[in-house]
Design a protein around this ligand. Structure first.
Ligand code: ADP
Ligand code: GLC
Length: 476
């Protein structure tokens, strides 16, 4: 089977968050048995230089190239460049629209850029004659509407990674969608008086998925549907929740070249201690004594991630011995607050502002606990990375976090500590329980439990196969 994915992110080329990791690990697994292609934009600052094959493909269908509008001429001057990575063929969209960008999101004219990219992904799927077209998030959602309207529609799947970002734009900005080569009737995509690309994807795809069963249920009502729950309810029989898997080669403490000392299930205690000592040296904070819990936090500093709940709990629980290392960037107020804590509590709190893949691995390896106070979390990957590194996750009971972390009273089933979202007092108690667990012999059992968990794609890839089959059956 030939599968084409369309996405704005793909690790290690373009990564802003979990979408990049999810897609590169899923496609690596799919490539074991299928022909797998990924279309993504080519920007200036890429995480890695692609291994080009020298082949090029058009970004415009011949039938659509007849008019001479501005839009058509931009697409005529764009193309896909082929590259290869771990058995997956990558198609980089080379276009003036993206090429000068240093980062993928946050630029003006996103409504236009991603619409054009979506058209080209649709065109590529027709040119490559794939069996399945799989688009991810709002950036590529319009390609599904084009696919649906096509004379030769390809069975399609749309994965919603985060409903908080929908790509909704005032109608006066999206008039071009009625023209060549789009020719879309956009009134069904109307939501709150705007043209909503995410809604277009949800209404047009043959099958819809999201990244955990828990989040699927949450998005069928408000507030987690972010206004689109009615739309997901209309399509609920074609809507599945499939938990993300992780790349067990990339996130593996036995093979990880980014951490200070590799370790396994057998020597996790000494391995983590060594990583902790070295991390403290690297960040210039001795954080003594060493034998108290280190809690790691990594993430985009956005509303979603619930960091204000953590701040409150941190201040309320100053008597606890925990040390904290935080890595992230985003909201400026949140960055300022973390810098303030880093300056005022230098013996217990360290903040690194920015994006740093190596440091993320080092924090996972060195930490005893990993905190995710999300207000909502479609899946979340760090709790699963934490399991692999023997780092006990402390998570809020939402979305994919509640599907992957269990604070069972039966010790053999306990895989972390769980608290209620947006509740500093509940998080405070969770921090207390972390101290008790750290000091008890139960910790050995919990670390053994979590390091034995299998979060690879092996089984869950089959769930995507099932969704692909449904999309194919609907197309016949
Ligand atoms: P989301 O996609 O909502 O950001 P996920 O948990 O799915 O959340 O994935 C986030 C990914 O991005 C993880 O691999 C995490 O380690 C990484 N990440 C987030 N912020 C940073 C950062 N500042 N530096 C390095 N990696 C980061
Ligand atoms: C989104 C979600 C995150 C999920 C990731 C990959 O960015 O916020 O929870 O893990 O996509 O699916």
């Amino acid at each position: 089977m030939k599968i084409l994915h369309a996405s704005a992110e793909y690790f290690p080329y373009i990564k802003m968050g979990g979408l990049a990791d999810m897609l590169s690990s899923l496609t690596k697994e799919q490539a074991e048995t299928e022909e797998v292609y990924v279309a993504l934009p080519l920007i200036t600052l890429m995480g890695k230089e692609p291994k080009w094959t020298g082949k090029e493909f058009p970004a415009l269908l011949p039938a659509d190239s007849k008019t001479d509008s501005l839009v058509v001429s931009i697409l005529r001057n764009s193309r896909f460049l082929e590259a290869e990575e771990s058995g997956v063929k990558l198609y980089f969209f080379q276009s003036d629209l993206f090429q000068s960008l240093n980062s993928i999101y946050g630029h003006a004219e996103e409504h236009f850029r991603f619409a054009m990219f979506s058209y080209s992904c649709y065109a590529l799927s027709q040119i490559l004659k794939v069996d399945i077209f799989h688009a991810h998030d709002w950036h590529t959602a319009l390609s599904l509407a084009l696919q649906k309207d096509s004379a030769f529609p390809i069975p399609s799947v749309f994965t919603v990674h985060n409903l908080a970002y929908q790509g909704d734009h005032p109608y006066w900005m999206t008039g071009f969608l009625k023209e060549e080569p789009f020719r879309l009737i956009t009134s069904p995509f109307d939501h709150d008086g705007k043209c909503n690309y995410m809604k277009a994807g949800i209404l047009s795809a043959a099958q819809i998925t999201t990244v955990s069963p828990g989040y699927r249920v949450e998005t069928l009502s408000e507030p987690n549907g972010f206004g689109l729950s009615y739309c997901l309810n209309q399509r609920s029989s074609d809507y599945s929740g499939i938990l993300n898997g992780i790349d067990t080669e990339e996130w593996n403490p036995e093979k990880d070249k980014r951490i200070f000392k590799s370790y396994s299930r057998e020597n996790w205690k000494e391995g983590k201690l060594k990583n902790k000592e070295e991390l403290y040296k690297e960040i210039g904070r001795p954080f003594l004594p060493i034998d108290v819990p280190l809690i790691g936090l990594i993430g985009r500093l956005t509303f979603q991630k619930g960091f204000p709940t953590f701040l409150q709990a941190f201040l309320n629980r100053r008597h606890l011995p925990h040390r904290y290392v935080v890595l992230g960037s985003g909201d400026l107020e949140m960055e300022k607050t973390f810098f303030y804590l880093s300056d005022h509590f230098p013996g217990v709190f360290y903040f690194y502002r920015g994006y740093n893949e190596s440091l993320a691995h080092k924090i996972e390896a060195a930490s005893d606990f990993f905190l995710m106070p999300s207000l909502f979390e479609p899946c979340g990957l760090n709790q699963m990375y934490s399991h692999a590194y023997g780092t006990i996750p402390i998570v809020s009971r939402v979305g994919g976090l509640r599907d992957t972390v269990e604070e069972s009273i039966l010790l053999d089933f306990k895989t972390g500590i769980v608290f209620e979202p947006n509740d500093a007092s509940s998080l405070g108690y969770a921090l207390e329980r972390a101290k008790d667990l750290f000091e008890s012999t139960d910790r050995e059992t919990v670390v053994k439990n979590i390091m034995n968990l299998d979060w690879s794609w092996k089984k869950r890839k089959l769930e995507y196969d099932g969704v692909y089959q449904k999309a194919i059956d609907l197309n016949i």
